[in-house]
Each structure stands twice: as C-alpha cells, then as structure tokens.
Design a binder for this molecule. Structure first.
Ligand code: ADP
Length: 432
C-alpha cells in the first residue's frame, strides 16, 4: 500500500512538472501546474462519486479502476464479502441453536431487559400456553402472575429453582429456573416436575400414614409396660432388666414416631405466616427450664437475649426447633459443660445461637448433620434417645420462616448452631 502511495505521489509530481513545463512555453508555468492539479482533482472527485454510487448497491460488482482507486474498490469489496460470509455463518449457527432449543423437552424462554417475552421454544409454548401472536413482547409477570413467581423474578436471587402448580392445570407442577445474562436479560427454563412431585407426595403420605398407624400400638405397649413396671419388684431379676429395656426402647420408638409426624406435617402443610409476634426471650426462658430438668442441673445454661426483639412465625414450630438445639447441646456435651443461648440482631438479620464447649463435631459431618437419620455416633445417639431427625426438623422449620441454619464446630472446643432470620421476619422494640 505504501508503494502505491509513493507511485501516486510520483505521478502527481510528474504531472505537475509536465503541466508547468507546458505552461512555461507561454511563460505561465504556475497556470499549467494548476490546470493539471485541477484535472487530477476532477478525476478523484469522479472516482469518489463512483464509490458513493456503488456503496448504495454494495451487492453489485465494484466499478473498474486502476492504481490506488482500484485498491480502494477491491479492498472494500473483499471486506464486504468477508462480512457477508461471517453473517451467513452466524445466521446458520443461530438457526442451529434455535433448532436444538426447539428440540429440547424443557421450556426455554428469553426475557429482555424490560422483562418482556422475546423468544421461546416449542416446549415453553406447551408448558406455559404461550402464543406467538398475542404474547411476544408481553411482560413475563403478566403471563405468570403467581405472587411467588413475581417475588422470585424480582428477587434476582436465582440460586434455587421455584416449583409451583401450573397455571394451566393445577394438578401439574412446573419447576422454574431463572438465569441472568448479558445486561439484565434473563433466561427462563421451565420443566414439568409433576412425576417427581407425585413420588415425593407418595413418600410423604406413606411416612405420615405409617407413623400414624404405629402410634396406637405403641401407646398400648407403653401403657401395659407402665402397668407391669408397677409390679416389677415381684418379678425375677432378669425380667426386671428386660422390662427396663422394653420401656426404654418403646419410649425411643414413640420419640421417633412423634418426630416423623412433625417432619411430615412440616413438609405437607402450607405455611400460614402468623401475624402474632413471638416473644423469643420468653420462649427461650421456658426452654431453659426444661433443659435444666433434662440435664439434671449438670450443665451451666446461660441466656443472653434481646428481650425487645420479636420474631414473626409459628410459635409451636419455632419452639420445637429452638428446643431441639438446646436439648442437643445438653445431650451431646458432658456434665459440667457450659451452654450459651444468644438472641440478637445486626443489620443483616436476627440470630439465635446455641453454643457449647463440648466435644465438638468433626468437619466431615457438618454438611450432613441436617439429613434425616444422620447420626455421627449412633451408639451415643441411641443412649441419649436421639432419632437423627432433630436437626432435619430444625432445618424445615427455619426454611418456613425464610431462615437458615449455620453450624460451626471445632473438635475439642465445642459447637455453635446458629439460626439466621431475615430482618423482615422480625419486629424490634415490640411490646406485648
Ligand atoms: P438426634 O435426634 O440423634 O439428636 P439430630 O438431628 O438432632 O439427631 O442431631 C444429629 C447429630 O448431630 C447427633 O446424632 C449428634 O451426633 C450431633 N450433634 C447435634 N448437636 C450436637 C452438639 N451440640 N454437640 C455435638 N454433637 C451434636
């Protein structure tokens, strides 16, 4: 390109010299040079006009030209052809992506920055009842109006999917998973999870029914065992021992059934947020009295609570969750241990922390403690009458109150179980 420019400048110089030589014949060298420059300028203007003309219809062949102008035309032509090829490749890729999305069994919906429906696949059309003619460009929250979906959409916290009954058919369940991309655009994935939901429901019903059915025979058994215990002193020694063991195991089974029933109630019943605020300080004081009785005064139980901090929620459920944590601290720490129960708040929420200076829990167990029937040491747990369901109940109760459980522990130093609630669940300075 540089070479061409040099040639062009050389040509200009030669023409100017020729023009001035021609003009000097009439002693008008400057006029001759100006005339030649003028002619050259006119030629460039003509080429520019051809370029402008061609750019109006760039798909046609470029005009024929030589030297620098020829290079300009060819360069633009080559660039245009590359662009067209790239565009075609992109269009093919887009078509492939659209075709594969169409073939997906899950619904895919693209939502623009304004929250309007931009594009969706065939599965989304069927799952959500979308119609190309009437729904394109409509706000997503106009189509999916369920308050829980609107909250989920606006929260911008899309770590977990949301499961709701379908608005087209109440017997079906849809799982919605939103993802943010680009500049506030969203991708909505919709999946029919009715089958899983049905299976889950069957499991819950089965557990609830079995637990319910077990309750009556267990009550009869423990009743007779109690009566027999009154006459224990008349029985031979080995029968006395058997009676004690039978009574212990029946009590354990009763505990287990009660915990299973509590869990299935928590899973199946809809949560109705009670407006009545709970005076957590009073609840904790009552739990402390029970915990002292359970520990037979062998533990030091300290309360450090904010008496003006109230919590909205189901009193019975929260009491059961908090007492599970305090009773665990009594059950799993040796005599003489210190248990501290704190209830406080900061700008991120309210916290109920139960800490102890007991044996602590190994790191490898921490993640699994809230799973049903998970026990670190089943022999120790059965000694204490544990069912392995206590922390699962705590987790469920907290979930229903928008809270979550955090467990930290150091082996040999103790454990701390903290329930965190958002500030929206609390009431400050409330007086009953
Ligand atoms: P369980 O009904 O057996 O007590 P949980 O779900 O309440 O079941 O507790 C699960 C396990 O967590 C217990 O078996 C116990 O090993 C452990 N654990 C709970 N609390 C503590 C604590 N404060 N210190 C040490 N271990 C604990």
């Amino acid at each position: 390109m540089k070479r061409l420019l040099h040639k062009e400048l050389l040509r200009l110089l030669v023409y100017v010299l020729l023009g001035s030589a021609f003009g000097s014949y009439w002693e008008q060298a400057a006029l001759g040079a100006a005339l030649i420059l003028g002619l050259l300028l006119a030629q460039h203007i003509w080429q520019l006009q051809r370029l402008a003309q061609w750019l109006l219809q760039p798909e046609t062949e470029p005009p024929q030209a030589h030297r620098l102008w020829g290079e300009v035309f060819d360069g633009i032509y080559r660039y245009q052809r590359r662009q067209t090829a790239d565009q075609q490749q992109l269009a093919r890729l887009l078509e492939r992506i659209q075709n594969s999305s169409q073939a997906l069994r899950d619904g895919v919906v693209m939502i623009d920055q304004q929250g309007d429906l931009e594009w969706w696949n065939r599965a989304a059309e069927q799952l959500l009842g979308l119609s190309e003619s009437s729904d394109r460009g409509q706000p997503i929250t106009y189509l999916l109006r369920h308050p829980q979906f609107v909250d989920y959409y606006e929260s911008q916290n899309y770590l977990e999917p949301l499961v709701l009954p379908s608005h087209l058919d109440e017997t079906r369940f849809l799982e919605y998973q939103l993802t943010l991309f680009g500049e506030n655009d969203r991708l909505l994935l919709v999946r029919d999870c009715s089958k899983i939901k049905r299976l889950e429901r069957m499991r819950q019903d089965f557990i609830a029914n079995v637990s319910h059915e077990l309750r009556t025979p267990l009550t009869v058994l423990s009743g007779y065992l109690e009566t027999l215990s009154d006459y224990a002193h008349d029985l031979p020694a080995q029968w006395q021992r058997a009676l004690v063991l039978m009574t212990q195991q029946t009590a354990r089974m009763e505990h287990l059934v009660a915990d299973l029933l509590t869990l299935s109630r928590l899973e199946t019943s809809d949560f109705k947020a009670e407006v009545e605020p709970i005076h957590v300080a009073a609840v904790l004081e009552a739990i402390r009295v029970d915990a002292i009785a359970l520990s037979e005064h062998q533990h030091d139980i300290i309360l450090d609570v904010d008496a003006h901090l109230y919590l909205r929620g189901a009193a019975q459920e929260l009491r059961s969750a908090f007492s599970n944590l305090v009773f665990n601290a009594v059950k799993y720490t040796p005599q003489g241990s210190c248990i501290r129960v704190q209830w406080y708040h900061d700008q991120d929420g309210a916290y109920l922390a139960v800490s102890d200076n007991g044996p602590g829990i190994d790191n490898q167990h921490l993640g699994a403690l809230t799973q049903r029937f998970y026990r670190m040491d089943s022999s120790r747990s059965s000694q204490t009458g544990g069912t392995g369901l206590g922390l699962a109940i705590v987790k469920h109760v907290l979930l229903r109150h928008q809270g979550h459980l955090h467990i930290s522990s150091v082996v040999g130093q103790g454990s701390c179980f903290t329930c965190h609630f958002p500030l929206s669940q609390t009431l400050l300075g409330h007086r009953a």
